[in-house]
Write a protein that binds this ligand. Structure first.
Ligand code: ZN
Length: 330
């Protein structure tokens, strides 16, 4: 069982290969042209498979690396490698599910080690000086009224505001970004009209908002664009209209079904293209006809209805996702 992934990848390696006594199998790298390098003809790609079921690939021509270890999820990079080696989508999907099963078998401590091993880290960054928690203030800051109007649960999420006029911070609601228990930045959204830009932010790229609030036993995670969308249904936000590969790996490390709900604007189609690339589900809930994003729908129809419609309208087939995208976004 633990060797399912490594056995599979060994079975699809190119016919022309050499194995050294140390267990390193070398062959022409299958990655190079996909990474902007010329094709490898000198056998510079190599795979090591260990008895514990772990496997790693490294190409000395284009420097592409991908690895898998039982208890971890199949990363996007590893799935790309499988594809370049000739695996079809059905096999890859099956292995993704097997990897989740394996994860349930191995000790929880090993799973916990995953985050550390993938070494995705963000540097600590402070909130603006004199930022105060909204609910602890002795007067009603417009930011608090803004939260209430957008139906965000202020008992669950912490918000801040400041009197600082730099960047018009006094007219903004400050949303802290938390990674592994530490504050690693924030975004400050305008709460009154005419304040530009709408968001003033300070954080490292690749961050995924609200990962820290995902329940351990949830079967799925809903991916949105903006932080208010994410907070209104307890999903995560990529803070952009595209989801890059590092963000995809962070989201997939949760080890559950990923469902994307894109905004109803032209840029939303980009998120859907990403979802197709990563093999995720996409939902096209009925309210997309009348609401531009998740938060607007929650304000109009309530959280439970919006969650239910997202789950009821999710598509897993690539073909259907493409067809609906054309219908709604062209
Ligand atoms: Zn390569």
């Amino acid at each position: 069982m633990l060797n399912i992934v490594s056995d599979f990848i060994k079975s699809i390696l190119p016919a022309k290969k050499k194995t050294t006594p140390s267990g390193w199998t070398s062959f022409n790298g299958v990655c190079c042209p996909h990474n902007g390098e010329s094709a490898d003809t000198r056998g510079r790609g190599g795979l090591t498979a260990n008895p514990d079921g772990s496997v790693s690939y490294h190409c000395f021509n284009c420097n592409f690396k991908a690895s898998y270890q039982p208890g971890r999820h199949l990363t996007f990079k590893f799935r790309k490698l499988l594809k370049w080696l000739g695996a079809d989508d059905t096999d890859i999907k099956r292995l993704v599910i097997e990897a989740i099963r394996v994860r349930e078998l191995v000790a929880p401590e090993e799973v916990k080690a995953e985050a550390e091993e993938e070494k995705i880290e963000f540097k600590a960054r402070d909130l603006p000086e004199d930022a105060e928690n909204l609910v602890a203030m002795d007067y009603v800051h417009p930011a608090l009224e803004y939260c209430v109007a957008r139906k965000i649960d202020i008992a669950k999420y912490a918000f801040y505001a400041t009197k600082q006029e730099q960047y018009n911070l006094h007219k903004r609601i400050i949303i802290p970004f938390i990674w592994q228990g530490r504050t690693i930045g924030y975004t400050a959204r305008a709460v009154t009209d005419g304040v530009k830009p709408k968001y003033h932010s300070n954080y490292e790229p690749n961050f995924v908002f609200n990962i820290n609030n995902q329940l351990a036993d949830s079967k799925f995670v809903i991916v949105c664009e903006g932080p208010f969308d994410a907070m209104s249904i307890d999903g995560v936000a990529v803070l952009n209209n595209e989801c890059n590969e590092t963000q995809a790996d962070i989201i997939e490390s949760l080890g559950r079904e990923v469902i994307v709900v894109a905004d109803r604007d032209r840029a939303g189609a980009k998120m859907i293209n990403n979802a197709i690339e990563y093999g995720w589900s996409v939902s096209y809930p009925v309210w997309l006809e009348t609401c531009k994003d998740v938060n607007e729908a929650v304000v109009k129809y309530g959280k439970l209805f919006v969650l239910k419609t997202i789950l009821d309208s999710k598509q897993t087939s690539k073909l259907k996702i493409e067809l609906m995208k054309k219908k709604l976004y062209n």
